[in-house]
Design a protein around this ligand. Sequence first.
Ligand code: ADP
Length: 411
Amino acid sequence: MNVLVINAGSSSLKYQLFNMETETILAKGLCERIGIDGHLKHKPSLAGKKVFDEAVSLPTHAEAISAVIDKLTSADYGVIECLSEIKAVGHRAVHGGRRFFGSALINDEVVAILEDCIRLAPLHIPANLMGIRACQIAMPGVPQVAVFDTAFHHTIPEHAYIYPIPYKYYEENDIRRYGFHGSSHRYVSAIAIQHLDKTNDTKVITCHLGNGSSLAAVKNGKSIDTTMGVTPLEGVPMGTRCGSVDPSMVDIIADIENISIKETMDILNKKSGVLGIYGESSDFRDIEIAAGYDMNTGFDDKSATPNKRAKLALEVFNYQVAKFIGSYIVALGGLDALVFTAGIGENSPYVRRAICDLLKGIGIKIDEHTNAVRAGDFLDITAEGSIAKVFVIPTDEELVIARDTMEIIHK
Ligand code: ADP
């Protein structure tokens, strides 16, 4: 049984086709520059099938889905004979608001609720809806499932999700902490728990560190707090997002630049974070090299001349992540495992070492040689005497979406 997983952005659409008997990927790819000109990268996993990487006209998401189906079923690039071999489609849906506590079979009511959530995620939900509509048209009758980034965090208690602002904004406008990257936090925390020598009273902190970054405190497999808020802007500093800052600065920057609040928010979303401090790039690989770190070991590259602001950008990031980890140890009442995942968490020995250095005072210790291993798989980097395990766990949000899709259509 094959499940197609779709992650639609405003001008991009990522996809993976899974064989769910074996949980293996048959093909994956990316449509880019939708609505601009269009490009499709398609990578089949079957021997003898060709990779496609060319410009394709993609005026809307509908043409993008058609192009994907065309490649999945073609003689040269395809992995299935015909469209009917796709039994269901799972969509990554960024925001489920207060209505969705788990994944949902998409029907008119679910679409209407998603439309209502646009006010909470105006950049993301319209793109999700375009992906859903395009699939409904291209594959009528094939069940479509929405898997929400926010759902895993629905177990966060009231005292952690209510903001200290007038209560009516929660009651009347749904303003509360929602949290994101739920599929990732759910997936890696479950694997971490399997590697603990206990099954009860488990306390795990998951650090999803990528272009967007968030942490979650997970008690007995359930999220009890997370760093992102009503939107993905809150929490730790990110590639281009500021994370938690004094909200008064919105007013101050708007005054300095003589711009609107919307334009100021654009600065905090797209020009801040490590990019804002370093000024040259938001990519951690560029910043680590500029700061004079050896990408393989995570230690100083003695031959490099470090750029001060690149170094500072990394220090600000590491410090904020470590500070949240400390606060989540309080929220959990202890710690069994600290997990690093996503682009930076999985691949940067420097960031893991620097964050764990800041946690030495509370007894978290990693083995620096194991930390420099690039396993691409589960890695235990705990050093002897550490108060908690430290794991590197590759995330797989698409597999979570495919598994949830299977579960929902078999209900
Ligand atoms: P997204 O949030 O877009 O899914 P990813 O999880 O793919 O992002 O993470 C992207 C980030 O991971 C980028 O900042 C990139 O520089 C960083 N990254 C990838 N590989 C490495 C590496 N070897 N060392 C340091 N950072 C890395």
